[in-house]
Design a protein around this ligand. Structure first.
Ligand code: ADP
Ligand code: ASP
Ligand code: MG
Length: 819
């Protein structure tokens, strides 16, 4: 015997209903089956809404009519596919149901309240409609069906709306009055009968429990729960797009998962099937061929330490504390006794080891009841100051990790808490069950989405998402977007999903939280008119709970650089080749690092010095290993490296500058290079990285032009005047040559002082051979002396710079990639 249960989602329309009927018919050909049905779609919610409206004396006739029509429409649609279906019993059932509903509603309106036993009768009506319709559908397929009345068979105890079933007594009922052989037995889910013979319900979503109970009473070989997903996933597939389907779960794992919020299974379902070791299969009625998830005796072949992550929301946390609690025997029992007497169920408990406080979570809807009950029970202690006023923390949720094997794995809790910390989730409380099968953290409710995504990424071998917003899409920015587009596929094979969610320049902004399509992005960008705004980017990230947003600033603008602190505080990593932020005031420099640290975000600026060369990283490594920078010399400008190299070959300054400019080696205005300011900024960045507290004004800058040279006017005017500088340089070059030296434009840090100037270097100097756009950096440190650590290589160009920016973007993922 197999028990098959179909949830509301599997009965929501004619197509789904008929699929369920097919699945039943296929199974019935193999063996005896008993079927448990929920109400179609959201019927129960609609019935609950009708009761609530009637209690407020509202107008409900329209809602009742709509419900009635939805049942009749469902029948008509089924009949269109199954013309032989006989609707007599179904229509009679709908008619009597509606008549009764109207009578009940009338009474509720008069009383202004709805007693629980009436409530139970109303909210269970949808299930009755389902079974009548399924019986007719199966009979139309020539399958005889038999309806089971759960009020008669299932013996219930407890409140009318949250009853439990006594499996032993119910089993006896099935033995006393066996089901007819050769019929598909169909039982409405969600209900049972109490000792007075009254109909009771088993709690919202209780049809899973009905199926488990029926399977236990009939000692079925299997209990199948047919729903709208392929089985149990390692987290709610609605919250995490790459949630993973689990092949198998132990009963205990399934119990913890469902208790802590995995709505795919009602928490009460497990006990009856576990008692008789009945396997339970969760299957998708939209994909009957899928293997589903098997719940059984052991954790199964998945062998994962952590099986799943769940969340429970709409909770309030209660803290009872005070000096009077220490060592006071029976305090916990009084706290929890008062909750139980008030009918408040406790979801999770933690107690501090000092015994000074007890904290627990309750459903938010129970807060008032709890407040009153604690106030009454501890009136004296509160008055005498033995207890502090009870604290209620609203809008909290619980995130729970579940897995049988967590007990024997190390480091799970620390990874769990670091994942939460990484997305700035403040942990309000922690609890671990003594079985070590579940670890829970209480967190603010509005952080659920971030929390679950971060846990999924960090605790499972799942995809890493990088959501990039590129501001400034000229040379480097544009090349970066092209490189991302080319790499997307390769990275996704390695489990990294990189999406460009925002593109902006001074003229427009494009945003898409799912990632912009990158084909023809330049055309699309030229049509974008919306202005760049920090607030819009931040709002998009918050609204979509994006956990790894990366701002890439490829502008040279102060304006954007001045907003890095706000971006970091809002949860963005910041990656930038823009030198402005790091060369702004020391105060801002420190502020950026402080905000990045406190919001656990990364500020990456490797490409501000030496383009794609790994300069900053190496310098940071030296310093953090305890080394000290004693002296630095370097050629830090690709364009000046080119120009000064050409001077060696006999070219004049103006010719060399002209060629550099036309090859795109210089800034659009070559004065930006020749003024030495670009090199000064790079030098300052290095000096600060090495621990020196200097401002840009402290850098002595000798420009790469003769002293007093007139650099005014437009670019063309300046270029036309530049030959006037040639003689000065020819003379310098000649003098240098006589000494076997060459001219280089170098940045130096000596004795804590920064200077940018034209230097004359001999062949023993590391800078001697540096030309053609190459950069070279020589770090003389305590460990690297007298031979310096030298980095050299191509230090300019959009491609290498963009590649360096790309690598910084990847490094925001940190240790997870082993980079
Ligand atoms: P039914 O109508 O079949 O009873 P439910 O809506 O009660 O269906 O349960 C199925 C839903 O549970 C799925 O659509 C899914 O969104 C949700 N769900 C939450 N957590 C999980 C999980 N860990 N695995 C699978 N589904 C889950
Ligand atoms: N129809 C009931 C509800 O929605 C029971 C169920 O579907 O499990 O709560
Ligand atoms: Mg359900």
């Amino acid at each position: 015997m197999r028990v098959l249960k179909f949830g509301g989602s599997s009965l929501a329309d004619a197509d789904r209903f008929l699929r369920a009927a097919d699945i039943i018919a296929n199974n019935a050909q193999q063996e005896e089956v008993a079927v448990v049905l929920s109400a179609p779609g959201k019927t129960t919610n609609k019935l609950v809404a009708i009761i609530e409206c009637a209690m407020r004396n509202g107008e409900v006739e329209l809602q009742i009519k709509e419900l009635e029509e939805s049942f009749r429409d469902l029948f008509q649609a089924i009949k269109a596919t199954l013309p032989t279906i006989d609707g007599t019993d179904f229509h009679n059932r709908v008619q009597t149901t509606m008549l009764q509903l109207r009578q009940f509603v009338h009474g509720i309106s008069l009383l202004g309240m709805c007693p629980d036993h009436v409530n139970a009768r109303i909210i269970s009506k949808g299930e009755r409609v389902s079974i009548e319709l399924m019986k007719a559908a199966l009979e139309a397929k020539a399958l005889p069906a038999h309806l089971i009345d759960p009020v008669k068979y299932l013996v219930a105890k407890g409140p009318h709306l949250e009853a439990m079933v006594d499996v032993d007594s119910s089993t006896q009922n099935f033995r006393n009055e066996p089901l007819p052989q050769g019929h598909v037995a169909i039982m409405p889910g969600f209900t049972a009968g109490n000792e007075k013979g009254e109909l009771v319900t088993l709690g919202r979503n209780g049809s899973d429990y009905s199926a488990a109970v029926l399977a236990a009473c009939l000692r079925a070989d299997c209990c199948e729960i047919w729903t709208d997903v392929d089985g149990v996933y390692n987290c709610d597939p609605r919250l995490v797009e790459d949630a993973r389907l689990l092949k198998s779960l132990s009963y205990q794992e399934a119990m913890e998962l469902s208790y802590f919020g995995a709505s795919v299974l009602h928490p009460k379902t497990i006990a009856p099937i576990a008692q008789f070791q009945i396997p339970c299969l969760i299957k998708n009625s939209f994909n009957p061929q899928g293997a589903g998830t098997l719940i059984g005796q052991d954790t199964g072949e998945d062998k994962l330490a952590i099986k799943g992550i769940t969340t429970l929301s709409e909770l309030t946390m209660v803290n009872v504390s005070g000096p009077g609690m220490k060592g006071m025997v029976g305090m916990a029992s009084r706290v929890f006794g008062s909750m139980s007497a008030a009918g408040v169920s406790i979801v999770l408990i933690t107690q501090s080891s000092s015994e000074y406080s007890i904290s627990f979570c309750i459903e938010a809807a129970d807060k008032l009841k709890a407040q009153r009950a604690l106030g009454d029970s501890f009136e004296l202690e509160l008055k005498d100051g033995l207890l502090e006023p009870v604290e209620f923390i609203d809008d909290v949720a619980i995130v729970t990790l579940v897995g049988d094997r967590m007990r024997t794995s190390r480091g799970v809790a620390s990874r769990f808490f670091s994942a939460l910390a990484e997305v700035n989730v403040n942990i309000v409380a922690i609890a671990q069950g003594s079985s070590e099968r579940a670890i829970s953290a209480v967190i603010p409710e509005d952080k659920i989405s971030e929390a679950i995504k971060a846990c999924h990424v960090n605790l499972f071998d799942s995809k890493h998402f990088l959501d990039v917003f590129v501001v400034g899409i000229g040379g480097v920015g544009g090349e970066l977007v092209d490189q991302i587009q080319r790499q997307q596929h390769k990275l996704s094979e390695k489990g990294i999903v990189i999406r460009v969610c925002g593109l902006a320049n001074s003229k427009g902004l494009l945003l898409d939280s799912e990632g912009l399509p990158l084909d023809h992005w330049r055309d699309r960008m030229s049509g974008a008119t919306e202005e760049f705004s920090l607030a819009r980017l931040i709002a998009l990230v918050q609204r979509n709970h994006i956990i790894n947003p990366v701002l890439v600033d490829c502008t040279a603008s102060d304006l954007i650089a001045n907003q890095y602190a706000d971006f970091l505080a809002a949860g963005f990593h910041v990656v930038t080749p823009n030198k402005k932020a790091n060369t702004s005031s020391m105060a801002y420099y420190h502020q950026l690092r402080e905000v990045a640290r406190s919001s656990r975000r990364k500020l990456m600026y490797e490409t501000t010095v030496g383009a794609g060369l790994p300069v900053i990283e190496n310098l940071q490594n030296l310093i953090s290993a305890g080394d000290e920078l004693e002296r630095f010399t370097g050629i830090l400008s690709g364009s000046l490296s080119f120009i000064f190299g050409k001077l060696d070959e006999g070219m004049t300054l103006s010719q060399a500058t002209e060629i550099a400019k036309s090859n795109g080696f210089t800034e659009p205005d070559p004065r930006d290079d020749l003024s030495g300011m670009d090199v000064a900024r790079k030098l300052l960045i290095l000096a600060r990285e090495a621990g020196m507290a200097l401002e840009l004004e402290d850098v002595v800058v000798d420009q790469a032009l003769p002293p007093g040279f007139d650099d005014s006017g437009s670019v063309d005017e300046f270029m036309a005047r530049l030959p006037q500088a040639d003689a000065y340089f020819s003379q310098l070059i000649d003098e240098a040559k006589q000494e076997g030296k060459v001219l280089r434009y170098v940045g130096e840090i000596i004795d804590g002082k920064c200077r940018v100037s034209i230097a004359c270097v001999d062949e023993n100097d590391p800078m001697f051979k540096i030309k053609d756009g190459e950069n070279a950096l020589a770090f003389y440190s305590r460990y690297y002396n007298p031979i310096p650590l030298v980095l050299r290589g191509y230090g300019a160009g959009t491609e290498v710079t963009a590649a360096g920016v790309f690598s910084d973007v990847m490094r925001t993922l940190g240790w997870k990639l082993g980079v």
